[in-house]
Design a protein around this ligand. Structure first.
Ligand SMILES: C[S@@+](CC[C@H](N)C(=O)[O-])C[C@H]1O[C@@H](n2cnc3c(N)ncnc32)[C@H](O)[C@@H]1O
Length: 251
């Protein structure tokens, strides 16, 4: 492998980070991989909110950047500047997605956010980028307290994994997208996540069959990477799966 290169490999072949700080960060990331247990997850984020941004820096987290790049193919740079353009960030955490939109697109329009964890949202709030932040725990039988068919763009970045937002919430997330608007999200692209990914894809297939969405893209992207040698020449990478759909009619 060439110096500084990043190769995508399955989680089953994870290599240990070479540095202590990356080891600690990776342990905190690994601890969130598990079964669906809302109480445990929220307590975990109460604590992780203090380390979250630093851990993502150490592990070279790039998903928001990759997502913005991917969306650019389907929404022109001029359209992002239209008056009244609105974005919703579901599972916004500390607001990395909003920062990526500002950095790559110089986006200055409205961004609202939904998250279950107040401490994570508090970090996002201090950045002063979001308009409305709504505390809500997404469950398939508990719709978000938001109007249907409202947002030009809805994103959910790295918040749909077994311990967090469930695939059965996808119809509710698609509900708030404006017809003609797009919905982009990720899950893990790892061998341990195959069953969960099947549930994600079956929700998308159902929406497509009902004529509610058209599929735009699905691809593997890097999620975290870290040096595995002291001189940082070799990097190990965990991958995510990115999906993008366009909404076709009101739901
Ligand atoms: C891994 S973080 C991702 C944050 C951000 N999107 C990013 O890219 O950095 C997951 C976020 O989803 C939130 N979350 C987890 N389960 C949720 C649920 N069922 N409903 C709403 N938010 C949830 C957590 O509180 C956390 O802030």
């Amino acid at each position: 492998m060439s110096a500084g290169s990043t190769k995508i490999v399955p989680d089953s072949q994870w290599k240990a980070p070479a540095t202590d700080s990356a080891k600690e960060s990776l342990t905190r990331v690994q601890n969130i991989i598990g079964d669906f247990d809302p109480d445990h997850t929220m307590k975990y984020y109460d604590h992780w909110s203090q380390h979250y941004e630093e851990d993502l820096k150490v592990l070279d987290y790039t998903v928001p950047d990759e997502m913005v790049e991917a969306m650019r193919k389907f929404i022109s740079d001029d359209d992002w500047k239209l008056d009244g353009f609105q974005v919703l960030d579901i599972g916004l955490g500390t607001g990395q997605m909003a920062e990526a939109l500002q950095k790559h697109l110089e986006y200055r329009g409205h961004i609202d956010g939904v998250d279950a964890n107040e401490k994570m949202m508090e970090k996002a709030r201090t950045k002063g980028i979001y308009r409305d932040l709504v505390q809500h725990f997404l469950l398939s039988d508990s719709p978000m307290p938001l109007h249907s068919n409202k947002y030009n763009v809805v994103v959910c970045c790295c918040s749909m994994v077994p311990a967090l937002i469930q695939p059965e919430c996808i119809p509710d997330m698609a509900r708030v997208v404006k017809p003609g608007g797009i919905f982009f999200f990720t899950t893990r692209s790892t061998d341990g996540n195959i069953g969960f990914r099947d549930r994600v894809e079956s929700q998308l297939d159902k929406l497509e069959k009902e004529g509610c969405v058209e599929k735009l893209t699905s691809k593997v992207i890097p999620q975290y990477s870290w040096p595995t040698t002291e001189d940082e020449k070799e990097k190990h990478c965990i991958s995510a799966m990115l999906y993008g759909v366009r909404k076709l009619k009101e739901t």
